[in-house]
Write a protein that binds this ligand. Structure first.
Ligand code: AMP
Ligand code: ZN
Length: 466
């Protein structure tokens, strides 16, 4: 019997979560491809599934949570070529920025952070096993997964192979037996990163990286695999095919969890559409708790639209809760001792129902405001305990209310810094250009790089850049 219920994309139902081995519960979340700062949409899976890891740790003594870093990818190669540097200059820098931004957002670090480039041996071994068992073939320096060899292909995303081919605009290539076959390994030209392999110098495809890292750190069958629902096809579908076939038909992930997309003006926020707001910048403009609250405000499977209005609403809600804490600031209550109210756990154990948890917090805040003298300590403790589990209400209320920028902007100073930044970028001095960008962001100034050079604008602390 378990009290935790989770929606499983595989069965499309909410099911009671029962781990295969309660002493070692395994969770894998697809991590970022580090060629740029992540956007606020990318942060959604890490916040909500980080909360899931917290919840699992309460229930089970041994949770192993792996969240990878994709540090070899064609987008990384393109960024490295554009900057004229080796790929690890790009990936080290943006992986470090990612860890910093996650910490600022109150996301607990996972237990393992595997990097794809540190698992090339395991990736090659998995390709060899798939070839040996007839599920993959080598052609023209490539290794391809033979989709026809796996009759359950399409089970996770619920699509037929034909639909998948049409939807994903799969590449038709002469070396493929079937247009749906996907790449496990591909050849590298001398200027691209590559590793020696039985098929010549090359590099892995994206999907096999997660299969190999998950196997290396969590074993053949894992309890939960999670990521955004944009990854369901082809990434997760391909992971299932590879891992199941490499493991003689064993189930790969028993539960699949998918978060809905964060949208901006109704469209999915994505680097390819160019409508992204970088988490790194938003963290300079807003208190991290505000961003965290925004990311948990909608149920994780629902879409979540990011707008000035929703930010203003979120701030008003948090102002209300912090207002209560300010009114009872004299009441002695220790957050570290604060028990987590059972209703909060019950809401979260119901498929991570964060909106319901916030209804509970609103109720606890109202109760704390009304509490008679002798009940105040318990009421404050409950409110702080609830906030703590969700990573909220952890600031001194005075500090929360001071968190607004309101100074006059010196235009000449901004222009001078922008010119310095342009120079720094020309000589590829990213440390300086980032420092300048951060200095401006601290004053609520956002830079927009365009074809005509950089433009800037002032963004109020409680607004978001359009
Ligand atoms: P990527 O670096 O593109 O592989 O994305 C990292 C994670 O962010 C994956 O789990 C994606 O599913 C997720 N993701 C990407 N865009 C969004 C979005 N707009 N809203 C929510 N999650 C997203
Ligand atoms: Zn993955």
């Amino acid at each position: 019997m378990s009290t935790l219920r989770l929606h499983n994309s595989l069965t499309r139902r909410i099911e009671e979560f029962i781990p295969e081995d309660p002493r070692r519960v395994t969770l894998y979340v697809c991590g970022p491809t580090v060629y740029n700062y992540v956007h606020i949409g990318n942060a959604r899976p890490y916040v909500v599934f980080g909360l899931l890891a917290r919840l699992l740790r309460r229930l089970y003594p041994g949770v192993v949570y792996a969240r990878n870093i994709t540090d070899v990818d064609d987008k990384i190669n393109a960024a490295a070529i554009a900057a004229g540097v080796p790929i690890d200059r790009i990936t080290d820098r943006f992986a470090a920025a990612f860890f910093e931004d996650m910490a600022a957002l109150g996301v607990d670090p996972p237990d393992v952070t595997p990097h794809a480039t540190q698992h090339i041996r395991e990736i090659i071994a998995m390709c060899e096993r798939l070839i040996a068992s007839g599920h993959a073939y080598a052609a023209d320096g490539h290794v391809l997964f033979d989709v026809a060899s796996y009759p359950n292909y399409g089970e996770l995303s619920g699509r037929s192979v034909d639909e998948m081919i049409a939807g994903a605009r799969v590449e038709v290539a002469p070396y493929k037996k079937n247009p749906a076959d996907f790449v496990l390994w591909k050849p590298s030209t001398p200027e691209l990163p590559g590793w020696d392999s039985p098929w010549g110098r090359g590099r892995p495809g994206w999907h096999i990286e997660c299969s190999a890292m998950s196997e290396a750190h969590l074993g053949e069958t894992i309890d939960i695999h999670a990521g955004g629902n944009d990854l369901m096809f082809p990434h997760h579908e391909n992971e299932v095919a590879q891992s199941t076939c490499a493991h003689g038909g064993k189930v790969f992930a028993r539960w699949w969890l998918h978060n809905g997309m964060l949208t901006f003006a109704g469209k999915k926020m994505s680097k390819s559409l160019g409508n992204t707001l970088e988490l790194h910048t938003l963290l300079q403009q807003h208190p991290p708790e505000l961003l965290r609250y925004m990311l948990m405000k909608a149920h994780y499977r629902q879409p979540l639209d990011w707008s000035d209005e929703s930010i203003a609403q979120a701030r008003a809600t948090l102002d209300g809760w912090y207002g209560v804490l300010r009114d009872i600031a004299d009441v002695d209550a220790n957050v570290d001792d604060a028990a987590i109210p059972a209703e909060i756990i019950a809401a979260l154990e119901d498929d991570l129902n964060t909106p319901e948890a916030f209804v509970v917090i609103a109720r606890l805040a109202a109760a704390a405001r009304r509490a008679a003298a002798e009940e105040r300590k318990a009421a404050k403790q409950a409110l702080l305990g609830a906030g703590k589990f969700l990573g909220l209400l952890q600031l001194d209320p005075e500090a929360w209310f001071k968190n607004t920028a309101g100074e006059e902007i010196d235009t000449a100073w901004v222009e001078r810094l922008l010119a310095e930044r342009a120079e720094a970028r020309k000589r590829k001095d990213f440390a300086t250009s980032d420092r300048i960008r951060d200095e401006l962001a601290a004053k609520g100034i956002v830079i927009e790089d365009g074809a005509q050079g950089a433009r800037w604008k002032v963004v109020k602390a409680d607004e978001c850049p359009a």
